[in-house]
Design a protein around this ligand. Structure first.
Ligand code: COA
Length: 165
């Protein structure tokens, strides 16, 4: 994917490309690092992104489109998506903690939205109910809450969607 989204990103020389199986170990390592902040919000809860194995990630890569954000060859972010019925299900938006707050997450989100196939009518994603910064990021990008499900005591998942334009 050569068409990096035209969004303001202050990180210099950042590019977004399609990720492949060979990127799986680096994506998994980044996922485990990035999701530490989520784990801190939900103490005592098992966070699936932190327990995913390399084999499981490789299996997901066969079913989803994966994007990677690179700065001078270093993996600094990733996101994945797949079509489920009319929904373009977007998941695991991650940016390396040392590169957060520079627009990379927003650029990844915009680029994966642009990759939605024609049949998709909605972009759909979810996050935890205490993940206020994630919720703000998604709502600022036009997503609206449509469902909330309790996973266990102290952890709800908030589902958000927006129409594919
Ligand atoms: C969510 C995440 C991908 C955002 O990436 P990013 O590159 O920092 O995002 P951007 O710079 O484009 O936008 C920053 C906005 O993202 C949101 N945000 C969420 N978590 C953030 C964090 N730890 N640091 C900075 N911004 C964060 C805020 O709304 C922020 O806006 P603000 O600067 O006005 O507060 C990144 O923080 C991350 O990897 N978090 C851990 C994993 C995670 O929770 N992923 C989402 C799962 S649903």
């Amino acid at each position: 994917m050569a068409n990096t989204a035209k969004v303001s990103c202050t990180a210099t020389n950042m590019k977004i490309e399609t990720a492949h199986n060979s990127d799986a170990p680096a994506i998994l390592a980044l996922q485990r690092l990035a999701y530490q902040s989520e784990a801190a919000l939900y103490p005592g809860h098992q966070i699936p992104a932190l327990s995913q194995s390399l084999e499981e990630l490789l299996e997901e890569m066969g079913q989803m489109i994966f994007l990677k954000a690179l700065i001078e060859g270093e993996l600094v972010g990733s996101v994945r998506a797949k079509l489920e019925g009319p929904d373009w299900q977007i998941g695991r938006l991650i940016v390396s903690p040392k590169f957060q707050g520079q627009g990379i997450g927003t650029a990844l989100l915009t680029t994966i939205e642009m990759a939605a196939p024609e049949q998709a009518t909605h972009h759909v994603l979810f996050t935890g109910h205490l993940s206020h910064r994630n919720l703000e990021l998604y709502e600022r990008r036009g997503y609206q809450r449509f469902d909330q499900k309790t996973v266990t005591l102290g952890l709800d998942l908030v589902f958000l969607k927006k129409e594919v334009k």
